[in-house]
Write a protein that binds this ligand. Sequence first.
Ligand code: FAD
Length: 293
Amino acid sequence: MNSQPITSLLKTGRPIKSLEFFPPKSEDDTRRLFLAASRLKEFAPDFVSVTYGAGGSTRQLTQGITARLQKELGWLMMPHLTCVGSTKDELKDIIQAFHNEGFRNIMTLRGDPPNGQTKFVATKDGFRYASDLVGFIKSHFPDICMGVAGYPDKHPESPSLEEDIKHLKFKVDQGGDFITTQLFYDNQLYFEYVEKLRVLGIDKPVLPGILPVLNVAQVQRFGITLPEALNQKLQAAGDEKAAQQQVGVEWAVDQIAELLDHGAPGVHLYIMNMSKSALGILEGLRSKGHFLD
Ligand SMILES: Cc1cc2nc3c(=O)[nH]c(=O)nc-3n(C[C@H](O)[C@H](O)[C@H](O)COP(=O)(O)OP(=O)(O)OC[C@H]3O[C@@H](n4cnc5c(N)ncnc54)[C@H](O)[C@@H]3O)c2cc1C
C-alpha cells in the first residue's frame, strides 16, 4: 500500500498531477466511476482525492471509494474530511480508521453547511473552523500529511481576501502541509494569490485546482463567471457539447501549461468522475513538453 506523504512528492520539485473524484450516489454511477478510473490508469496520477459529501453525508461512501480505488488501482489516496455533523470523538474515530487502513494523507476541511442551511453552525462538541481540525489531527496523528483549501478569489463568506489569507496562515501554522485551491479560470488570480501568501510568510506549496469546462450548462450551474475570452470561445462552439468540451480542454491545457511554466508545483484536476477531459488535457500538456515521464 502506498502511504507516502504527499509533501514528499511535492519536495522532489517534479510537477505533480492529481485527480479528484466525488462519491457516487447510485450503483450505476459507481460502475461509471470505476470505468473512468480504469481508463485513467494511463493518466498515472501522483495522488487521487475523494470528496466528503456536503453536510458530511457521504462518510461511508468516501471511505469505501477511497479504499477500493487504492486496492484496485494502487493509487496514493487522499480522502477528504470535514467538520460537518461530527463531534471531536467521532472525527477521531474516522481518522483512526483511515490511519489503521494505512492512509497518511487527509484533505482537511470545515465543509459547507448541510443542504437547506445557509450558515455554518458547528456541531456540539465539534469544530468551528478547518484550522481546529487541522490542529487536532496534528496533535493526535502527527504522521498524517494534511492538504488544506485556499481561495484565490477569496472564500465566499470572508469579508476580504486579506482576512481570508490571515485565517489561512493560521490554518497552515496549525499543521496544514500544502494548499489546494478552489477552481479558477484566470491564472492572474493564482499568481497574485501566491504572491500575497508568500509576503505573509506562508511558504507551503499551492497546488492549483482546475475544473475543465465540460459544457456551458455546468458552468452556469456552478454560478462561475468565466473570463470573456473563454466565454467567447464557448459561444463560438455552439450548442454541441463535444465542441464545448473541446474548448474546455484546450483552455485547461493552456492554463495549466502557463501555471507550470511559472513555477506551480503541479495541477489538481476536478474531473467530475469522468476520464475523457483529463486524458485530453494530459495529451495536450505532453505536446507542450509537460509530464513527459
Ligand atoms: C480543494 C477543495 C476541496 C474541497 N473539498 C470539499 C469536500 O470534500 N467536502 C465539502 O463539504 N466541501 C469541500 N470543499 C468546500 C469547503 O468545505 C468550503 O469552501 C467551506 O465553506 C470552507 O471550508 P474550509 O476548509 O476552507 O474552511 P475554513 O478554513 O474554516 O474557512 C471557512 C471560512 O471561515 C473563515 N475563518 C477561518 N478561520 C477563522 C477564524 N478563526 N475566525 C473567523 N473566520 C475564520 C475563512 O476566512 C473562511 O471564510 C472543498 C474546497 C476546496 C477548495
